[in-house]
Design a protein around this ligand. Structure first.
Ligand SMILES: Cc1cc2nc3c(=O)[nH]c(=O)nc-3n(C[C@H](O)[C@H](O)[C@H](O)COP(=O)(O)OP(=O)(O)OC[C@H]3O[C@@H](n4cnc5c(N)ncnc54)[C@H](O)[C@@H]3O)c2cc1C
Length: 272
């Protein structure tokens, strides 16, 4: 809160076209995924992230989520959703690979607030971007400690590691249908909602007390929006070895009742 009061966000820079003599002939063609030895794939029909990469698509998403649909006006109320493209901004992947900056998003929120409306929801998108920044500062401050079992505060818990448990968690074969649905979504699409991520992380690290770093590296291998600071920062936090060392865990059944009241999300992924 103090930072928010004291820090101002710089304007984005616009770079004009470069002079023509700066151009060189481009003879490189972009390889297809199969040229690199991977299998071709189609975006899953239930994917919450049905978008394409690149700056133009990121800007089109901002235009759509903010100005065309005005979904940002309900962001705080919908951000814990689980199904579809529009419960949250879905800007994370473009942010992670540098296609769009947090500043660009910030100034679009401001433009929206000036031209459409200001409410708690529009502020909340900025608030979440501050979390993103916060985890970058944690990395800068604590360096490699963010990858260590006892975390940034040397919080000592007993951790286990069981290969069978890992397979059950990854394949969505635990005793918790809500965890399973989320893990299936991740495996099939490379995306999982924030609500889902918190639940599967809590189940792995706090319910099963398994080495949180193994699961964090599984996320690292699959998340389409993988970002070292946000991933390890959130894992530290959910494993209780981050800046908030309280030993808490999610009640997964209650979470499922609250956020997937009629079971639609679980059915969506259990049938896949
Ligand atoms: C265990 C775990 C691992 C995670 N790993 C990643 C990761 O590798 N990369 C990543 O970008 N996010 C990660 N997150 C944070 C969050 O889940 C995603 O940023 C969010 O789900 C992306 O969807 P969105 O863009 O629609 O988010 P929105 O709700 O629309 O939020 C807008 C933006 O705010 C930022 N943001 C929102 N929530 C968080 C948060 N908790 N921490 C940091 N930034 C946040 C993101 O940049 C996001 O794009 C993780 C969360 C957990 C609990």
């Amino acid at each position: 809160k103090e930072c928010e009061k004291k820090v101002s966000v710089k304007n984005t820079l616009s770079i004009g076209a470069l002079p023509l003599d700066n151009l060189v002939e481009n003879t490189t063609s972009i390889p297809h995924i199969t040229d690199l030895g991977f299998n071709a794939f189609q975006v899953h029909e239930n994917s919450a992230f049905p978008f394409k990469g690149g700056e133009n698509n990121a800007l089109a998403r901002i235009e759509n989520y903010f100005f065309e649909t005005q979904n940002v006006s309900q962001y705080k109320q919908t951000r814990n959703g689980l199904i579809g493209a529009d419960y949250s901004s879905k800007l994370s992947a473009w942010l992670a690979n540098g296609s769009v900056s947090a500043k660009t998003i910030y100034w679009n929120v401001k433009k929206y607030e000036e031209n459409v409306e200001v409410n708690e929801d529009t502020y909340w998108l900025i608030f979440e971007l501050i979390w993103r920044d916060y985890f970058k500062y944690i990395s800068m401050k604590f360096g490699n400690k963010i990858f260590q079992l006892h975390g940034i505060l040397d919080q000592k818990y007993e951790w286990k590691f069981n290969q069978k448990a890992l397979q059950q968690w990854i394949l969505g074969q635990t005793n918790e249908p809500f965890v399973n649905a989320n893990m299936k979504e991740l495996a099939q699409t490379g995306f999982m909602s924030n609500r889902g991520r918190q639940n599967v992380a809590s189940y792995w690290a706090k319910e099963w007390k398994q080495d949180w770093r193994v699961a964090a590296s599984y996320f690292e291998s699959l998340l389409i929006d993988y970002d070292v600071h946000s991933n390890y920062g959130n894992w530290l936090y959910n494993a209780g070895v981050g800046n908030d060392p309280r030993d808490r865990k999610f009640n997964i059944r209650k979470q499922a009742e609250m956020y997937d009241e009629n079971g639609a999300y679980q059915r969506l992924w259990h049938n896949n």
